[in-house]
Design a protein around this ligand. Structure first.
Ligand SMILES: C[S@@+](CC[C@H](N)C(=O)[O-])C[C@H]1O[C@@H](n2cnc3c(N)ncnc32)[C@H](O)[C@@H]1O
Length: 298
């Protein structure tokens, strides 16, 4: 597989099942390069066209994008690969997810990529790799990659189970694309000096940076409903998040599922709301909210 193919080969990723309506036309997310080493539940690949519009207007080489609640980090990766900002910082609380980002951003990416391409994935070897997670940062990162590929829906939270049949009856190997993963990890490594990762709490990072005028914030918290099944850290104080956002000197974009409580909070803080229609390949229409101080770029 060549490099270009590996970027656009979205067949392995759950997010590909989502198109979004953008400027009255449906965008096919297969046209968005897949750059994350994760297949992430609640991943925002479908939002990338909006992110490009936002950052072309508000970004620039003198700006830093801070992605709190980073998960698979597709927004930061897109922003840095497409030179929409000068630097990115990803923030994630989950220890397993953090281990992958820590290994990649601290110079150990090649080790992880090699480990992936030499791994013979079976049910037994997957269990063994996952059982070794606690031995070191490296083993935790590798175990996370394996879990993310063999668990149903890529879910890393406790209680998630291995895929049974998988796609085309390929079972546990149906989402295991080692060469694609290696390419993605190696490419992120090449931009490592522009990518910072913080294993920590989104609220604290927002507070520390709140007076900076040269930073932008992409904020994608766990949803009000359904978060608990998907993430280990799924409960946050939504009111506190809006309060914190109101103190940010830099521009921000918050995404949420459409929920009465969230609309009320946005109104209370005088933020603008736009509804974005998303459509799955199963033709289920769903509204997501984009929230910001000034969404005139949209
Ligand atoms: C909706 S997901 C983010 C998905 C991401 N935008 C993507 O495209 O892959 C929310 C993430 O927030 C993380 N999280 C929850 N509470 C957090 C906190 N207080 N600080 C940082 N991350 C947190 C969860 O572990 C989860 O990975």
């Amino acid at each position: 597989m060549n490099r270009q193919q590996s970027l656009f080969d979205s067949s392995e990723d759950i997010e590909q099942n989502v198109d979004s309506e953008y400027a009255n036309k449906v965008i096919n997310v297969a046209s968005v390069p897949m750059r994350s080493p994760f297949r992430y539940p609640g991943g925002k690949t479908w939002l990338v066209p909006y992110i490009r519009t936002w950052l072309r207007e508000r970004g620039g080489s003198d700006k830093e994008l801070i992605e709190t609640f980073a998960g698979g980090g597709i927004v930061s990766l897109t922003a840095i690969f497409e030179q929409l900002v000068g630097r990115v910082t990803l923030v994630e609380l989950d220890e397993d997810v953090a281990a992958v980002w820590q290994v990649i951003t601290t110079g150990d990416a090649k080790w992880l990529a090699d480990e992936i391409v030499t791994f013979d994935l079976t049910v037994e070897s997957a269990h063994a790799a996952i059982a070794q997670a606690g031995q070191s940062l490296r083993t935790r990162a590798f175990a996370t990659i394996v879990k993310n590929r063999v668990n149903r829906g890529g879910i890393l939270a406790e209680g998630a189970s291995f895929v049974k049949q998988g796609e085309n009856g390929k079972g546990i190997r149906s989402r295991w694309y080692p060469i694609t993963l290696k390419h993605r990890i190696v490419e992120i490594d090449q931009l490592r000096d522009k990518i910072k990762f913080i294993h920590g709490d989104a609220f604290e990072v927002l507070r520390i940076n709140q007076n900076r005028k040269d930073s932008l914030y992409f904020i994608d918290p766990p949803y009000v409903k359904a978060g608990g099944r998907l993430y280990r850290h799924s409960t946050i104080d939504h009111l506190a998040l809006f309060e914190q956002a109101s103190h940010l000197a830099g521009d921000f974009l918050i995404t949420y599922d459409d929920h009465e409580e969230i609309r009320e909070l946005a109104n209370r803080y005088g933020f603008e709301i736009r509804f974005v229609a998303m459509k799955s390949t199963h033709h289920v229409q769903k509204n997501e909210l984009l929230i910001g101080r000034d969404l005139s770029w949209l």
